[in-house]
Design a protein around this ligand. Structure first.
Ligand SMILES: [Zn+2]
Length: 446
């Protein structure tokens, strides 16, 4: 029996415009505080301040930022703590990366590795080395026959190289804590407002009550509350199959045994891209017209064009609705796959990395498809945790253009088919991909 964390969601009812306006303002200033915290404390110089974090809280309190923004204390401090958690987790990831680098570094001896691992484990020593400050060596490494100067330089260099800035993703929400942040009265949730003791009412769609931190996500005219809950998970009885899955844009999930789930996902995404393209073209025409009117001094006309045609509300609401529909389609496909295939292990590939030099697809269609592939992966991982299914990711190399029947290189045709000139094998490219995943996994794992 293992534990897994699942997010449970609760929806608000439709909220009045002034409530939504307040929430949007709050999400905006919340994101500002997070961004400032990242900028000030994500560097090497602040490493010592991150745990337990009082220093950061105190410095931010003294900065006057909260008063400037007119922000309630409870949200201001949660925003700082949110940012701190993100910074800490990024340092954790970085340390894991360095550990892995050291493990595969051919120029390192076993003692070199022991030294690096130990330093990385001792946060304060690692911080002191990065900052060039004096420190006391951990006992474990005192007598190691290694060139510490060289290894410390390696640590500093690799850290600087990989630290990078945290990307502040588009924030559309905030965190709220019980009591000071929210409470219930007469069955209605009330969250702290901009003025002290003035709470904002959030009527909910069901009767559940929470007593923990909640994340609030803003939608067009309602909100979604999410709370992480820890549950027990175990593999359902009789789930003993191993499946090899290709995740695609045309069909969501194609298995090496030929079964397909989420067939013609592209029908949904293509229609949506087309609609967005059409909308965007129209909007840019209106924008040009408005600009032209403006330059001719026709202020009223310009304002009228903007008001009538450039409103974001309807546009966003439609987009959101379509997104929700596509996500629902994917969820249903995943659930059907699990209940019919009864897997204990699922093998997929790592996502193909689109790095700096890579050819990042710019068209809206590619972008949308990529984002839904990401959604499929995330949901699949959640489901695997929920049911204790082992999820294995292998490198995608050799699963694309290689023929799954004979191993020679073949080609794909415009219709998403794969064809091998060598042996004549022909199939949907996604099926060939899934069969390659199976072949590759089996050859590597006996
Ligand atoms: Zn072939």
């Amino acid at each position: 029996m293992t534990m897994y964390t699942k997010s449970i969601r609760q929806y608000s009812q439709k909220l009045p415009p002034d409530t939504m306006e307040f929430l949007r303002w709050l999400a905006g200033v919340y994101a500002k505080v997070k961004k400032t915290t990242y900028e000030r404390y994500s560097g090497i110089g602040s490493l010592g301040k991150l745990t337990p974090g009082y220093t950061v809280l105190n410095e931010m309190r003294a900065s006057g930022m909260r008063q400037e923004l007119g922000m309630p204390v409870v949200y201001f401090e949660l925003a700082i703590l949110d940012a701190l958690a993100a910074i800490k987790s990024r340092w954790g990831v970085l340390r894991d990366t360095l550990k892995r680098l050291a493990a595969f570094h051919e120029g390192f001896t076993r003692e070199d590795r022991t030294y690096i691992y130990t330093i990385l484990k001792w946060g304060s020593v690692y911080a002191a080395i990065l900052q060039g400050k004096p420190y006391e060596e951990p006992k474990l490494v005192k007598d190691l026959p290694v060139d510490k100067h060289r290894l410390n330089n390696w640590l500093r260099r690799q850290t600087r190289k990989r630290l990078g800035k945290i990307q502040v993703t588009r924030e559309n929400g905030f965190t709220v804590s019980p009591k000071a942040g929210y409470s219930y009265k007469n069955g209605i949730m009330r969250i702290a407002g901009q003025k002290p003791r003035k709470r904002v009412e959030i009527p909910l769609r069901d009767e559940r009550r929470f007593n923990r931190q909640l994340h609030v996500e803003l939608k067009e005219d309602y909100i979604i509350l999410t709370a992480p809950v820890t549950k027990e998970s175990s593999l359902p009885e009789g789930w003993t199959n191993e499946i090899y899955v290709h995740i695609g844009n045309v069909d969501a999930l194609t298995l090496s045994n030929g079964h397909v789930y989420g067939e013609r996902l592209n029908k949904l995404t293509d229609a949506e891209t087309e609609r967005l393209d059409r909308k965007n073209r129209l909007r840019s025409q209106h924008r040009d017209a408005a600009r032209e009117a403006q330059t001719k001094g026709l202020v009223d006309k310009a304002a009228a064009i903007s008001a009538n045609n450039l409103g974001m509300m309807k546009y966003r609401r439609q987009k959101e609705r379509n997104r929700a529909r596509t996500e629902g389609f994917i969820n249903a496909a995943l659930n059907r796959m699990l209940s019919e295939e009864k897997p204990c292990r699922i093998v997929i590939t790592h996502p193909v990395k689109v790095g700096k030099g890579g050819n990042l697809a710019k068209s809206a269609q590619r972008k949308l498809a990529r984002s839904f592939r990401g959604f499929i992966r995330d949901r699949l991982q959640e489901k695997c945790e929920e049911y204790s299914i082992e999820l294995v990711r292998i490198a995608s190399k050799g699963t694309g253009l290689v023929c799954s029947a004979c191993g020679e290189v073949g080609c794909t045709t415009a219709g998403g088919r794969f064809r091998c000139e060598h042996c004549g094998y022909e199939a949907a490219a996604s099926l060939n991909g899934a069969r390659n995943i199976e072949r590759k996994y089996r050859s590597e794992h006996g």
